[in-house]
Design a protein around this ligand. Sequence first.
Ligand code: ACO
Length: 315
Amino acid sequence: MDGLNILATGRKIPARCVTNDELSRMVDTSDEWITTRTGIRQRYLSGEGETNAAQAATAAALALERAGLTAKDVGLCVVATFTPDHSTPSLACEVHGLLGLPESAPAFDVNAACTGFLTALEIARCFLAAGRLDSPYALVIGSEFVSRVVDFHDRSTCVLFGDGAGAAVVRLSENHPYACRLGARGDAEILHAGGLGSQDQTLHMQGKAVFRFATEIVPKSITGLLEEAGKTLDAVDHVVCHQANGRIIDHVVKKLGAPPEKFYKNIQRYANTSSASIPIALDEMRELGLLQPGQTVLCVGFGAGLTWGATLLTI
Ligand code: ACO
């Protein structure tokens, strides 16, 4: 049984909304620069006392409730993050504790930066397919406090990111065809953050190089996976691209000669929430009634590592 069914999703976004105008009072930037270069109009940033674990657990609890399940039904908890509250315990173990998941449910984090959610989803599918878990349901979460590793004096990065969490409850299903292809290339030069023992924990990025990488790898990932699945873009109802920059998505649309309306965009509201961007988008799309049973959704991610990946889902 190869398919994977996303039974339900949930999201948790911090309360504090920071507009481009507000940021332009902190660094030398402007709403006009940010909007035209990125499409971002605002982002949500976590505040004092908020934890990534609580955010992830809230998104997960919502997804469980919508799936008609409780914590005791969970067989596995995988959290994609590169901004956990602690190096250890993992964010997944903290979520495990907060939700009261069964002791038989393994819990661990995955760090594949902005490709994290798709990586976590594939890992969950493999665990479920191995048939060794006590329950057929897995919790897959992407949750980030990117603002923790952003230097709010550096205008070239601080305008780009936001915080948030998205979660999905999944199980295997032969009625929900699924395919995934992931890739990686070690290159810390163009995009990295933090480091144990390092004084500088902030995020550094060569914007143009990341832009070039993204506009190469995203179309390649899409066409590669479609070819493998014997499909064309016509058979796909929605493409959910990692939301890093609206212009990256526009470039991809142009390169593929695709209809722009097929590509979901919410970067204007949330900015780049890294591993949370795809599950937040899926949750929002469900809420808006955009996702209908039987539809095919192609998700595609890219990020630090470098990492990338594409996933075909059936709703
Ligand atoms: N406001 C005003 N001016 C700015 C800002 C800002 N926020 N940031 C940079 N500038 C200035 C620069 O200083 C530069 O000025 P100069 O010409 O006087 O030297 C000028 O704007 C142009 O800067 P560039 O960096 O060349 O701008 P570019 O057009 O490349 O856009 C951007 C920058 C938006 C970052 C773009 O390169 C991009 O989106 N890259 C991809 C980023 C990305 O996707 N990152 C996420 C990776 S995912 C992850 O894993 C974390």
